[in-house]
Design a protein around this ligand. Structure first.
Ligand SMILES: C[S@@+](CC[C@H](N)C(=O)[O-])C[C@H]1O[C@@H](n2cnc3c(N)ncnc32)[C@H](O)[C@@H]1O
Length: 251
């Protein structure tokens, strides 16, 4: 079964995207700079001042939607797309109702009910969520002023197919933000399709180098950033990772 369809990951991602500091990380000595990753993908990686009025944004692999809502602070239209029907159902409920009740796992079968809330000032009607496959996004999506693919490429069977669509999806002069912790795993991507994370002719091939090879014809690499993030599994267990963000401009 697709792990992103399970209630376990629905709960983990709702907490990851919408949880308060106290709900996610009550430990004083924990990595507090790794909180609010879905918000920081926008605040730290998108040049909001450069966006036109009524900008269009696309969030591919949006999960339960927090970055899509953050993009809606600056864009008149946001499309969030994910392959998990359950994630899209939950994100759609958040867009319609502004909140969603879920269970946080604390220890074994002990859970705490929590409410995920979209910040009140976000104009939720600007955001539309839909089920879709990053390998073959529908042509009728059109082109966007900003495209975000957060922690997506190393979860795709054939990331090159997603990357090949980006020139048509990003308007000339538009922004592309890709983030990845470069966690290449055979269960998601067979090694012949890895963008990086392998040795070729005795030389290490990084994910960033692979992205440059795939994108440099159509995009200029403006910057890279390290974005720590934290996914809480239960009260005493977390995944701490550092995504590498690459920020591109469509030529
Ligand atoms: C590691 S999660 C990242 C989610 C979110 N962008 C974030 O940063 O929290 C990867 C996401 O990609 C989605 N995904 C996996 N394969 C996909 C595909 N072929 N098309 C669209 N989304 C996909 C998963 O359902 C999941 O929501």
């Amino acid at each position: 079964m697709n792990p992103y369809e399970t209630e376990k990951l629905v709960g983990e991602y709702l907490l990851f995207h919408y949880g308060s500091t106290e709900e996610v990380l009550p430990w004083r000595n924990g990595p507090h700079d790794a909180l609010d990753f879905a918000v920081r993908c926008v605040t730290q990686c998108v040049d909001v001042a450069a966006l036109p009025r009524d900008a269009r944004a696309l969030d591919v692999g949006c999960a339960v939607g927090r970055s899509s809502f953050e993009l809606a602070r600056h864009c008149g239209e946001v499309v969030g797309i994910d392959y998990s029907r359950r994630f899209i159902e939950v994100a759609g409920t958040l867009a319609a109702d502004g909140s969603f009740l879920y269970l946080r796992t604390d220890e074994g079968a002990i859970v705490t009910p929590l409410v995920a809330r979209v910040p009140q000032e976000v104009e939720r009607e600007r955001v539309q969520f839909e089920h879709g496959d990053a390998h073959a996004l529908r042509e009728s999506l059109g082109a966007f002023d900003v495209v975000l693919g957060a922690n997506l490429i190393d979860r795709l069977a054939q990331p090159a197919r997603f990357l090949a669509q980006l020139p048509r999806l990003v308007k000339q002069g538009g922004q592309l933000v890709l983030t990845s912790p470069c966690t290449w795993l055979q269960e998601f991507t067979s090694p012949e399709h890895w963008v990086g994370g392998y040795v070729e002719n005795g030389q290490p091939r990084t994910t960033l180098a692979g992205l440059e090879a795939a994108l440099a014809k159509d995009f200029a690499l403006l910057a890279t950033k390290d974005l720590p993030f934290l996914i809480r599994e239960h009260t005493r267990k977390y995944q701490w990772s550092v995504a590498q963000a690459s920020i591109w401009q469509r030529k």
